[in-house]
Ligand binder design. Structure first.
Ligand code: NDP
Length: 264
C-alpha cells in the first residue's frame, strides 16, 4: 500500500515569491499578510501609499523573510515593465501574483464622463492585463505560477441601487480574462483563478457610501443571506488556497466569497 500523503504542508508557502498589487491597504494588505503568514515573501506594489507599504514590509521582514515595496501605477506600461525588472533582479522568479489593485468611480450612466470610464478600465482591466503579461513571461520561463485576480460580485450582478456600470463591466472583464489566460497558460503549468468578493468594508466601499451611508445596512447587509458585510480577513483563506499546492488542479475558476449575496 502506498504511504499516506502528508497533508500538513498543503498550504505551506515557505520561500515562495509573491507580488500583491495594491498590497498596502484594504483587501490587498490582508492578502499580503496572509500569504506572508504561510511563509511567502511579498513584493508590495502601490501607486501612492508607499509609506504604508514600507511599514508593512518592515513588519513582515521583522518576522523573517524578504518583502519589499515597488512604486508603480499598474495602468502605466513603463511602470509595470520596471516593476517586473525589479522583481526579476531581486528574486529571479515569481511564484504567486495577486492582481488586487482596483478602483471604483460611481456615477449615473447618463452623466458618466468618458475620462472616468477610461480611468476605471485602465486600472481594473489594462492594469491587470499588463501585470499579468509581464509576470506571465517570467512564469512561462520558469514553467510554474499561480495568478489570482480580484474580481467582484459586481462582475456577476448589477448591485442596485448603486450606479457603477463602468466598475461592473470592468469586473466582468476580470472574470473573463481569468478564464482566457488560464486556458492559454495551462500548458506552461500556470494556474489563473479569481476571487469575487461581496461587500467588504474598505476605503473603496466607503467611497460609494460617502453620499448614502445608510445603504450599508439597508441594502448591502440585507442582500447577503448571511445578513452582514464581510471583513478583509474573510478573503485571506481563499487566496492562500488558490496560491498553494492545495489548488494544484484548479484553474480558470472564480471563487465567490460574498456571504450569499449572489444566491438570490
Ligand atoms: P482600496 O481602495 O482600499 O485599495 C485599493 C488598492 O489598490 C490600494 O492599495 C491602491 O494603491 C491600489 N491601486 C489603485 N489603483 C492603482 C494603480 N493604478 N496602480 C497601483 N495600485 C493601485 O480597495 P479595496 O481593498 O476595497 O479593493 C481591492 C480590490 O478588491 C479591488 O480590485 C476591488 O475592486 C476589489 N473588491 C473590493 C470589494 C469591497 O467591497 N471592498 C468587493 C469586491 C471586490 P494606493 O494606496 O497606492 O493608491
Amino acid at each position: 500500500m502506498a504511504a499516506p500523503r502528508d497533508y500538513t504542508r498543503l498550504f505551506d508557502l515557505t520561500g515562495r515569491k509573491a507580488i500583491v498589487t495594491g498590497g498596502s491597504r484594504g483587501i490587498g494588505r490582508a492578502l499580503s499578510e496572509a500569504l506572508a503568514a504561510q511563509g511567502a515573501d511579498i513584493a508590495i506594489v502601490v501607486r501612492s501609499s508607499t509609506e504604508l507599504a514600507e511599514e508593512l514590509a518592515a513588519e513582515l521582514n521583522a518576522k523573517g523573510g524578504d518583502s519589499f515595496v515597488i512604486q508603480a501605477d499598474v495602468s502605466v506600461e513603463a511602470d509595470v515593465e520596471r516593476m517586473a525588472q525589479e522583481v526579476a533582479a531581486r528574486w529571479g522568479r515569481v511564484d504567486i501574483l495577486v492582481n488586487n489593485a482596483g478602483i471604483i468611480i460611481p456615477g449615473n450612466a447618463e452623466d458618466y464622463s468618458l475620462a472616468n470610464w477610461r480611468e476605471t478600465m485602465s486600472v481594473n482591466l489594462d492594469g491587470l492585463f499588463l501585470v499579468s503579461r509581464e509576470i506571465g513571461k517570467m512564469m512561462i520561463a520558469q514553467k510554474s505560477g499561480s495568478i489570482i485576480n480580484i474580481g467582484s460580485m459586481s462582475g456577476r450582478i448589477v448591485n442596485w441601487p448603486f450606479r457603477q456600470a463602468a466598475y461592473n463591466v470592468s469586473k466582468a472583464g476580470v472574470h473573463m480574462m481569468t478564464k482566457a489566460f488560464a486556458t492559454e497558460w495551462a500548458e506552461h503549468n500556470i494556474r489563473v483563478n479569481a476571487l469575487a468578493p461581496g461587500y467588504i468594508m474598505t476605503e473603496l466601499t466607503q467611497e460609494v457610501l460617502r453620499e448614502h451611508p445608510e445603504v450599508a445596512t439597508n441594502h448591502w447587509a440585507k442582500d447577503a443571506v448571511m445578513n452582514r458585510l464581510g471583513t478583509v480577513d474573510e478573503l485571506a483563506g481563499s487566496v492562500v488556497y488558490l496560491a498553494s499546492d492545495a489548488a494544484s488542479f484548479t484553474t480558470g475558476e472564480v471563487i465567490t466569497v460574498d456571504g450569499g449575496l449572489t444566491l438570490r
